[in-house]
Design a protein around this ligand. Structure first.
Ligand code: UDX
Length: 441
């Protein structure tokens, strides 16, 4: 099938390459000429494991092209909207300007029977709005949220946990004939994962838009729940990692997403829960999501606690102290620094008078652009040279596997704060380190 993918960021670039690998004819469209040029040369414009291999795999087939020219969308039967919906500056609401401009630029190129499949995370009501603007064009809008995780984006796109279609429905909630036709086209697009038994949820617009923000809110809540327990552990001398293991054995709870530490960041969870609260307010049901305010607050408190711990292990003051921060990306296996807890902690310590050096296996280039005043190093050993305190902020494998003696040789003082609870306290203390962690004695 001929497909267009509009917006070639973390979501769209992976989606375009994945759809081409499933055998479809794909054109990826983005306003950023530099990004398009890189993708056209089969180079991933950001770090995502598996994406370079996927681009190389499809590059010889001629099934994947990239352009800045929206007119190239004409002739595609399904158009995936994959543009970003960042947090609006100074507000909780989502900034829908990219959705707006992409949709309006696409509209003149649509033909009767075309499907526009929205993948961006949007405030509920957006799909209804866009659909109303397609009336009379013969094109149909479907909401098809995406749940991929950065770092596992290729795997999540090709083998999703589930697919969700939000279709146009009549007054009884039954899909319209247009909706059924759109569903058939999407079934063809996703024939491979559906054939492998991927569960499919077919529903209305409102539910499909809510599914995405509900899922992200649940994940954020799970993380903040365990981080709230970490605060209790800190007050009582308990160990949050053992507590998470113990409650996680209950299948109703589950151990995943119960890793206490510096909390969640990235381009999705923080802004999605805030936009969800803002939308609930507009709908007059803000009370229903007031707990998310607490989820956000618990998350932000962990960053403050991390700075406090760095101060504690630096004899009560970080002023003039050399601090090595291991990690800049918001999580391992990504070069994404959007709302990164690691950089937020690094910047805060710098602001408070510490000399901070940050390192990261992939994200230093991005970090340098956003935080030019921080110092950067190429490796953990280089960053930790003469450090008074080491702060582990993002749990890349190479930091998990650091040896206390190896690192001990380069630092000025053996003091470490483990912001992700990934080091073995016994081994580090045994090697003469002052070891502190979030939620562990
Ligand atoms: C998230 C959702 O998982 C994904 O389904 C959605 O499509 C987009 O948002 P992503 O932002 O890529 O994906 O990262 P995720 O793996 O969910 O991690 C989010 C943040 O939570 C990271 O900063 C991570 O370090 C943190 N986290 C995760 C924890 O602090 N503890 C955990 O147990 C899990």
């Amino acid at each position: 099938m001929r497909i267009s993918v509009i917006g070639c960021g973390y979501l769209g670039a992976v989606h375009a390459a994945s759809m081409a690998s499933l055998g479809h004819d794909v054109v990826g469209i983005d306003v950023d000429a530099d990004k398009v040029a890189r993708l056209a040369a089969s180079t991933a414009p950001f770090y995502e494991p598996g994406l370079p291999e996927l681009l190389a795999e499809v590059s010889g087939t001629g099934r994947l092209t990239f352009t800045t020219d929206m007119a190239q969308a004409a002739g595609a039967q399904v158009h995936f909207l994959c543009v970003g919906t960042p947090q609006k500056h100074g507000e909780f609401r989502a900034d829908l300007s990219y959705v707006e401009s992409a949709f309006e630029a696409l509209r003149p190129h649509l033909a009767p029977g075309d499907v526009v499949a929205g993948k961006s995370t949007v405030p509920v009501g957006t799909a209804e709005d866009l659909a109303a603007r397609l009336v009379g064009s013969g094109a149909v809008l479907v909401w098809n949220p995406e749940f991929l995780r950065e770092g596992f984006a290729v795997q999540d796109t090709l083998h999703p946990d589930r697919l969700v279609y939000g279709l146009p429905t009549d007054d009884e909630g039954v899909p319209t004939p247009d909706g059924e036709a759109a569903r058939a086209l999407l079934d063809e697009v996703y024939a491979t994962p559906l054939g492998e038994g991927t569960p499919l949820v077919v529903t209305d617009y409102a539910t499909s838009q809510l599914v995405k923000v509900a899922a992200n809110s649940f994940l954020a809540t799970k993380i903040s729940f365990i981080n709230a327990m970490a605060e209790l552990c800190e007050a009582t001398g308990a160990d949050v990692t053992r507590l998470a293991d113990a409650i996680g054995y209950d299948a109703r709870i589950g151990r995943r997403f119960l890793n206490a530490g510096l909390g969640f960041g990235g381009g999705c969870l923080p802004k999605d829960i805030r936009a969800f609260m803002a939308r609930a307010g507009e709908l007059g049901v803000d009370q229903a999501l007031s707990f998310l305010r607490e989820v956000d607050a618990i998350n932000m408190r962990r960053r403050v606690r991390m700075v406090d711990l760095a101060r504690e292990v630096s004899a009560g003051s970080i002023v003039g102290k050399r601090v090595a921060v291991l990690g800049a990306a918001f999580k391992p296996n990504s070069d994404d620094i959007r709302d990164s807890p690691a950089l937020s902690v690094a910047a805060q310590m710098q602001l408070q008078g510490a000399h901070v050096t940050v390192t990261d296996p992939q994200a230093v280039e991005n970090a340098r652009v956003k935080w030019p005043d921080l110092k950067y190093a190429a490796s953990a050993l280089e960053a930790a040279q003469d450090a008074d305190v080491v702060v582990l902020a993002t749990e890349w494998d190479e930091y998990r596997n650091l040896g206390p003696d190896e690192l001990g040789e380069v630092v000025a003082h053996r003091a470490i704060v483990d912001g992700r609870n990934v080091l073995d306290p016994k081994a580090w203390r045994g090697a003469g380190w002052t070891y502190r962690a979030l939620g562990r004695p």
